[in-house]
Design a protein around this ligand. Sequence first.
Ligand code: HEM
Length: 380
Amino acid sequence: MIKDQKPVYYSDYLHLSKLLDSQHPKSKEIGREAHDEMLFIMVHQVYELWFKQILHELKPVLKIFSRDFVEEHELGFVLSRFERVIKIQSLLQTQLEVLETMSPMDFLEFRDLLIPASGFQSVQFKTIETLFGLTTQTRYTVDRDSFLGRLKEGDKHQIESLEKQDSLFNLIEKWLLRMPFTEKHNFSFWQDYEKAVETMLSKDGSVIANNPYTSDFEKKIQQDYLQTTRLSFQSLFDDKIHDDLVSKGLRRLNRPALLNALFIFLYREEPLMHLPYKVLNALIDIDENFTSWRHRHSMMAHRMLGTKIGTGGTSGQDYLKKAADKNRVYLDLFNLSTYMIPKAALPKLPERLKKEMNYHYKTEEDTSITPSSSDLNNTN
Ligand code: HEM
């Protein structure tokens, strides 16, 4: 105990009287208490507490990426926050199982008393989504009015003003844009990469053409697939194809930022690339976990409601399923796998660049280049 500090009492510290007096079933208020409404309230409250924790983890991360310069150790901090969010998400997923011990008939005992309240109005959930990078344009929504129209004025303004700020997605994009390594020391990585891709695709073309076990018809189909792959690679270097994908909602990251993310993935084993790679990979995990939760929640809503509409007025399970498919933020990072090429085919990095992407101590006699831990942020 710190000197002069009053002794702390467990329940006071945790404000348990407030917390444990916050479950008030509507069915009890009308004198027809439905046993499972307590569980329903409690599970939602526990979710909201975890949402609060996720926001608590995300906010310092946003602050770090808002700066023009992100230090190496700060990336370690970011990663530890993301790893915590990922663990919380695992809990969020399994928690639905507890609620599923309630039968649809038991739910019906009190469901109508909740109308028009719904998880649709969870401001913390919408805040997480918005901070993470989901925007009105990119989310699946019945329409903007029904999305915001169901919120109280204060909550609505809160989400609207958040949408005007930089989200994690925008900040990560800016951070990626600052990466300097691909055009340095008279070395243009992307020219070499394009050549390596062309060699790989030509080889694939020859394998298809020379396969003695496939008919001409099958060969034609396979060559068409190969052509699609070729076009996909071209989208990395051609602004017109890239912009077309963006206008169709199939790509969101700015093209140079996407290329830099790809470079990080391709050279993730280089010491200076490893933490950025882990950070991007954690974003993929978080996005995937939200999508899995959405699908899981949609399945639960299906078994509870069948095809009934939701208490919040959406089409119910159908809305939730579509939202799960559409509301993904870091699709571009998932899609990077399309552009991976075998390690042996990767362009060899110039020695000087390799050295810069390495950590090494500089002794007094040593005059070799020592990389700045924040090289990743230099615009050169
Ligand atoms: C019996 C259990 C549940 C059912 C039947 C159910 C059903 C639904 C339905 C139908 C919607 C769509 C909006 C509407 O029309 O109401 C919805 C949205 C939502 N629910 Fe649930 N839900 C349940 C439990 C939960 C729990 C435990 C949470 C945890 C916080 C939750 C969080 C959400 C969220 C965040 C949304 C908004 C999703 C979005 O707009 O993308 N729900 N729920």
